[in-house]
Design a protein around this ligand. Structure first.
Ligand SMILES: *[C@@H]1O[C@H](CO)[C@@H](O)[C@H](O)[C@H]1NC(C)=O
Ligand SMILES: *[C@@H]1O[C@H](CO)[C@@H](O)[C@H](O)[C@H]1NC(C)=O
Ligand SMILES: *[C@@H]1O[C@H](CO)[C@@H](O)[C@H](O)[C@H]1NC(C)=O
Ligand SMILES: *[C@@H]1O[C@H](CO)[C@@H](O)[C@H](O)[C@H]1NC(C)=O
Ligand SMILES: *[C@@H]1O[C@H](CO)[C@@H](O)[C@H](O)[C@H]1NC(C)=O
Ligand SMILES: *[C@@H]1O[C@H](CO)[C@@H](O)[C@H](O)[C@H]1NC(C)=O
Length: 323
């Protein structure tokens, strides 16, 4: 309806219309790819969603969005952002979704304790892909002021330490997407600071520019006793090590365990044997996906052993099985 009205309006008043009006539908402002260097000040004050992706906004000064107090979604992906002043998000208390992926924000140098303080209702924070490489000195932003966060999309440094970011205060956190994983070891203490309410974890990599995970300790996921979905995609780690991390879920039920493109390139023909699935076959998994992992051969009785728990609805083992 809003779209129709807008088109009619612009046809009737070609001479006077502000062409930009037509990009505001349902209080959503699309200001992507316009070479903007700052947050525009000429939009309707009652917009609830603002997309500023693919611009040139290097700095977000204090009160950047103050004028738009109804905002619930801000998207600043791919916008060359590197500096955020402590009061940048002041005045937008209703903010639920904040996405700032693919920028060059050095959170280590920012006062993140202040930055997120004013947006305590935030449910989704996406700050993945803000670093080309991950040094161990990199410090995660302070997240303790975001007690309502449900979704966290972030990268993993090579030696992640979440203690100072106070993630234990995220008692509503349900879904974590670790998109770029630069770490070389999955240790029992890697995630020890996280609260136990997390239900889904996705480890992934956009491309294979990442180190080899050469150590996987079996209790790395122990801090997540309520985990329902575990997904690993494009992870350079021996399948044998990767399968070890389901250890804490033995005798428990999970919705899905998904391992896709897990292995050490170049593809070195894995034989899936009983030792490798010795923890997995004690987890009651509804959907199990083991695809594109260079599994060339299943040791005898493996599928039977995986079905042992009588829990699987669906098992996809080879890529040809995938729907
Ligand atoms: C930005 O706001 C913070 C308080 O939120 C204040 O301490 C700081 O001085 C302000 N910066 C500028 C440049 O005004
Ligand atoms: C916020 O993001 C979540 C997850 O992507 C989405 O389901 C939800 O619709 C978004 N909310 C708004 C207000 O855009
Ligand atoms: C993480 O950092 C905290 C505070 O600096 C420190 O006490 C703790 O030992 C570190 N944890 C790990 C696993 O390195
Ligand atoms: C990690 O946890 C597993 C399982 O509890 C234990 O066997 C192993 O010794 C632990 N590793 C370290 C280095 O503490
Ligand atoms: C799982 O249950 C079996 C049978 O009840 C028990 O022998 C085994 O110790 C349990 N394993 C774990 C890791 O809790
Ligand atoms: C299963 O494969 C792993 C890794 O290739 C190997 O270390 C282990 O000895 C094998 N176990 C059996 C029973 O063949």
């Amino acid at each position: 309806m809003a779209l129709t009205i807008c088109i009619v309006f612009s046809l009737l008043s070609l001479t006077t219309s502000d062409r930009n009006n037509c990009l505001i539908f349902h209080n959503t402002a699309d200001r992507t790819s316009r070479g903007l260097t700052s947050v525009p000040k000429d939009l309707n004050i009652d917009i609830i969603s603002l997309d500023l992706s693919h611009n040139e906004i290097v700095t977000l000064p204090n009160n950047s969005f103050e004028r738009y107090s109804m905002l619930s979604t801000i998207i600043l992906d791919n916008s060359r952002l590197s500096m955020i002043e402590p009061g940048a998000f002041s005045g937008i208390k209703r903010l639920l979704n904040l996405s700032m992926e693919r920028n060059t924000i050095h959170f280590t140098e920012l006062n993140t304790n202040e930055i997120f303080r004013s947006i305590k209702y935030l449910e989704l924070l996406n700050i993945r892909q803000n670093w080309e490489t991950m040094e161990s000195s990199w410090i995660y932003p302070y997240l303790g002021h975001l007690p309502n966060l449900i979704y966290l999309y972030i990268d993993l440094t090579n030696n992640p330490n979440f203690t100072l970011s106070d993630v234990k205060k995220l008692t509503k956190l349900k879904i974590i997407r670790f998109e770029h994983c630069y770490l070389t070891a999955l240790k029992n203490e890697t995630f020890e600071d996280f609260p136990d309410n997390v239900e889904q974890i996705y480890f992934g990599n956009i491309n294979f520019v990442i180190p080899h995970i050469s150590l996987a300790e079996s209790d790395v996921l122990k801090p997540f006793p309520n985990l329902q979905v575990l997904s690993l995609t494009k992870i350079i780690c021996s399948l044998s090590d990767a399968l070890k991390i389901v250890y804490p879920f033995q005798n428990k039920s999970m919705e899905a365990v998904i391992y896709k493109q897990v292995g050490i390139p170049p593809g070195n023909s894995v034989v899936l044997n009983e030792t490798m699935v010795s923890y997995l076959n004690k987890v009651c998994v509804k959907t199990l996906v083991l695809a594109e992992n260079d599994i060339v051969c299943l040791a005898p009785n493996i599928l039977a052993s995986l079905n042992y728990a009588h829990c699987f609805n669906t098992v996809y083992c080879l890529e040809t099985d995938l729907p």
